[in-house]
Design a protein around this ligand. Structure first.
Ligand code: ATP
Length: 444
């Protein structure tokens, strides 16, 4: 057995992109036609990773709490939703065009852009004045093609949480304070999608809107900030890779806002925003819909429009952070190198791989794999040399490999190899499920 060396060099973005394509985590959408900028497909390992991440969020944010209800709303909702929220008028980034090369850039992200290739004697761009560019993607609904048929693909998932507030509160028989959570697709016509999936035009968000008395929003803001940081730490992000940055300027209605940032290979970047939004959202929707969004406290008869604390995390950005955090090229003591993805078991796409030492033992291992599959995503692999099979699982982030050898026939035991330490344990087949459960589901 070769022990891992301790040194880990910082991961590079091109290594992550190449791993993702090679192992089928994430690759360009429409790749055979040259791809489409800002859109990504998740392959067999990627979809498992992303589903596990979403299930973990749902578990922590919805299922483990009496005071949060979940919903799954339509991507296209009533266009008035986005007028009330201010998206139609204001959801824009400043944009500049280069008069020479005709390329378009975000005016606040000009650092590090490629030089102009269309000007004689200069590589400087010849920029127009910045203009506001609305990021909402629109579409048309129904047969008529006029202004009344325009609708928007949601730019964030929370719009319907506000419009569904009354219905969900009544159906869930909830009293203030309580929250509504949702995971789903969002769309933004980003001017410059970049850094792999970090800035995409189609992405997923997991959002919570927590409704409370306006006098208690500061308390709930701290509560959710602490829980959300714990969530990221439980994903395996180290202290020196996470930081909380307060916003220096706040929207006129907001009382507090922070970003949780992760240290990507391309620098510190936001993965989650936490905002104390005051009563702005429900007040706006009350005004635009003409419906009463206030609540009354039974005991005191106090009537008020609830304030909202929002937590909004990007599923794709977090998945990318997980990959960057976990990936390492390690020099082993025997001089070999291995690529390994040190994923927290809760998000690992494959929880265990079952490997017969020889193809002749496959019948037995298939039975072991079938038993474990009733509970976890388990991979069975009987092809090729055992060292190479271990390496493939290391690179897929599989926490455990279970090897059945010729001794297993007499001692009814298997060897379990742990991904990070590469330490091996001999375990009775009868005890295997309990052994894995303890190690894979400790987070519960
Ligand atoms: P940025 O400043 O990076 O554009 P934002 O502040 O506009 O992000 P929010 O509107 O607060 O982002 O959205 C909440 C979360 O949704 C972000 O923290 C991020 O994880 C995710 N997100 C936002 N835009 C994108 C995008 N274009 N691609 C992928 N994820 C995104």
């Amino acid at each position: 057995m070769s022990a891992p060396a301790t040194e880990r060099s910082p991961v590079r973005m091109d290594e992550i992109v190449s791993l993702c394509a090679r192992r089928g985590f994430i690759f360009q959408s429409g790749e055979i036609y040259g791809g489409i900028n800002g859109f990504w497909d998740y392959g067999p390992l990627g979809v498992e990773l992303k589903n596990n991440l979403k299930a973990f969020w749902w578990q922590r944010m919805v299922r483990e709490r009496d005071d949060v209800e979940g919903i799954d709303s339509a991507i296209i909702t009533h266009p008035r939703t986005w007028e009330a929220s201010g998206h139609v008028a204001n959801f824009s980034d400043p944009m500049v065009d280069c008069r020479a090369c005709k390329k378009r850039f975000r005016a606040d992200q000009l650092e590090g852009i490629p030089p102009c290739d269309a000007r004689e004697g200069s590589s400087q761009h010849d920029f127009t004045e910045p203009r506001a560019f609305n990021l909402m993607l629109s579409t048309q609904i129904g047969a008529s093609q006029d202004a009344s048929s325009i609708a928007y693909l949601r730019a964030e998932t929370c719009g319907s949480i506000f419009t569904d507030f009354r219905r969900v509160r009544e159906a869930g028989r909830q009293k203030i304070p309580f929250g509504i959570a949702q995971i789903g697709k969002a769309f933004r016509n980003e001017i410059n999608p970049r850094n792999f999936t970090f800035r995409s035009r189609e992405f997923e968000q997991a959002e919570l809107e927590f409704f409370c008395h306006p006098s208690e929003s500061a308390k709930w803001f701290e509560h959710w900030k602490a829980l959300r940081l714990k969530f990221h730490r439980d994903l395996g992000f180290r202290e020196d890779q996470l930081r909380v940055i307060p916003h220096t300027t706040l929207a006129h209605y907001a009382r507090a806002a922070v970003d949780i940032e992760f240290l990507f290979p391309f620098g510190w970047q936001e993965i989650e925003g936490i905002h104390d939004r005051g009563s702005f959202d429900l007040t706006q929707h009350a005004e635009f819909s003409g419906k009463d969004m206030s609540v009354t406290i039974e005991e005191t008869k106090e009537r008020f429009v609830p304030a909202v604390v929002e937590t909004s995390v990007g599923v794709d950005r977090t998945a990318l952070a997980i990959l960057c955090n976990g990936y390492a090229e390690e020099k082993l003591e025997d001089g070999e190198t291995r690529s390994v993805l040190r994923l927290a078991p809760v998000v690992a796409p494959i929880k265990a791989a079952v490997l017969p030492l020889s193809k002749k033992l496959s019948e037995k291992t298939e039975r072991i794999a079938a038993d474990l599959r009733r509970r976890w995503n388990v991979f069975h692999d009987d092809a090729g040399n055992i060292g190479r099979r271990y390496r493939r699982q290391d690179e897929a982030g599989t926490p455990f490999c279970v090897t059945y050898d010729f001794d297993s026939e007499s001692d009814a035991s298997v060897t379990v190899r742990e991904r990070d330490s590469m330490a091996q344990d001999r375990i009775a087949i009868d005890a295997l499920r309990g052994y894995l459960e303890e190690r894979l589901e400790g987070w519960r």
